[in-house]
Design a protein around this ligand. Structure first.
Ligand SMILES: Cc1ncc(COP(=O)(O)O)c(C=O)c1O
Length: 406
């Protein structure tokens, strides 16, 4: 039996995983430099944002969405989406939104910034997204909406969530920060709720270092989103006209130009991640003990920003998840635990609950607790590799399993 790398044996993989984002001198010369130069020489580094407008038009066509506006960050985009969907101005109490308890903190802090209360609910153990039954059970007299996070790039169960929202009069804000190009059935995320938000922060599947995009199908909603992020202006209005109160979360033109350059490869990369994710899933399922992401019937395309697996120590001779992570990392397979605290138990959220007890509710979340105890995460850059690299991952898992269960 092969000696594990953690015990001094040879690693399965000794090359590093590709750094993200992918860069090259050739791409700089042909695709990036000309676009940044164009911005620089035009002296239009901000308003009226022609690069941003061009990227937004590209995104609308790509994603089948009516309206899109670039912002400085994904968190800003999410705030703008809340402002638009709920007609919230950030100054007065805006009702309560339901948020999954297994997500990045911005999914909750963005609605909080708009003076929404938040109610944290359990997620489904297969998709790691909002559990529709938990949502239904959590709806209270103050509930006005829900944040459907497409965690890791797997679309949330929007058929069920939209049915609940329609029946109970709730708005849906899609948090698509991790789900560029993901499809719910054949429809891209960000076009199915009342408003959606993407992030282009440096780890994301499409990035400009920092950046975000708010989307909506509804023109009135879009006016509110746009006004929120552009000091109360309506698009097409006069410069000194401010029909609403808003703030400034506009994008700058260099970021927009970089997004335009990188956008060209997004679709092919998304297909590659999706195909590699499915292939790796078959390999891991065959080994047992490490349950791969369980793609749900409504998932038309998985964006695999994260590859989230569930570890079963019994299949690995009783070794803990943390021991497994150490052993797998030692074999050259980069992995981590991901979110390791219920969002409702983060210190900042607890502090909010202490200061404003009427703003935070948390429902029982037994499934989320289990997921957090068992999760093993890979990141999207690994899935851009070839089948040989997916084979390496499976080989490393099989090697550890053989060493520990024999
Ligand atoms: C699920 C989710 N929502 C929102 C955000 C916020 O995006 P940003 O970091 O661009 O503000 C992120 C980014 O990490 C995220 O993962």
């Amino acid at each position: 039996m092969a000696r594990l790398a953690i015990d001094g044996g040879d690693k399965v993989r000794s090359r590093p995983w590709p750094a993200w984002p992918e860069v090259s001198e050739a791409k700089w010369e042909t695709e990036v430099a000309p676009r940044l130069k164009e911005v620089y020489l035009s002296r239009t580094e901000g308003l009226p944002n022609p690069q941003a407008r061009a990227f937004e038009a590209q995104w609308c066509e790509y994603a089948g969405v009516q309206h899109a506006t670039l912002t400085s960050h994904g968190t800003d985009a999410l705030m703008a989406a809340v402002a638009g969907a709920l007609d919230a101005d950030g100054l007065g109490r805006a009702g309560e939104v339901i948020v999954p308890n297994y997500t990045f903190i911005a999914s909750a802090s963005a609605p909080m910034a708009l003076q929404c209360g938040v109610c944290f609910v359990d997620v489904d153990p297969d998709s790691f997204n909002l559990d529709p039954a938990a949502v239904e059970a959590a709806i209270g007299p103050d509930t006005v909406g829900l944040v459907a996070v497409h965690l890791g790039g797997h679309p949330a169960d929007l058929d069920a969530l939209r049915a609940i929202a329609a029946r109970r009069g709730l708005k849906i804000i899609e948090d698509c920060a991790q789900a560029h190009g993901a499809r719910h059935h054949q429809t891209q995320v960000g076009s199915l709720g009342d408003a959606g938000a993407f992030s282009y922060q440096s780890s994301k599947n499409l990035t400009s270092g920092e950046g975000g995009l708010v989307t909506t199908q509804d023109t009135e909603t879009w006016y509110r989103c746009y006004a929120y992020l552009n000091i109360g202006r309506y698009l097409g209005g006069e410069r000194w006209e401010h029909p609403r109160i808003g703030w400034n979360y506009r994008s700058n033109e260099y970021a927009a130009a970089l997004l335009r350059a990188r956008f060209a490869t997004l679709d092919e990369e998304t297909d590659r991640r999706d195909a590699n994710g499915a292939y790796l899933g078959e390999l891991l399922a065959g080994l047992g003990g490490l349950t791969p992401p369980r793609r749900q019937p409504w998932c038309g395309r998985h964006a695999y920003h994260l590859y989230i697996m569930q570890y079963d120590g019994d299949a690995f001779g009783g070794h803990s998840r943390d021991e497994f992570l150490k052993a797998l990392n030692a074999e050259g397979i980069a992995c981590g635990v991901g979110y390791n605290k219920l969002l409702s138990e983060q210190e900042g959220v607890q502090a909010m609950a202490g200061r404003y007890p009427d703003r935070v509710r948390a429902m029982p979340c037994p499934q989320t607790v289990q997921i957090m105890e068992r999760s093993v995460w890979f990141t999207q850059n690994m899935l851009l590799e070839g089948r040989a690299e997916m084979d390496e991952i499976a080989t490393a898992v099989a090697k550890i399993k053989a060493a520990w269960s024999g």
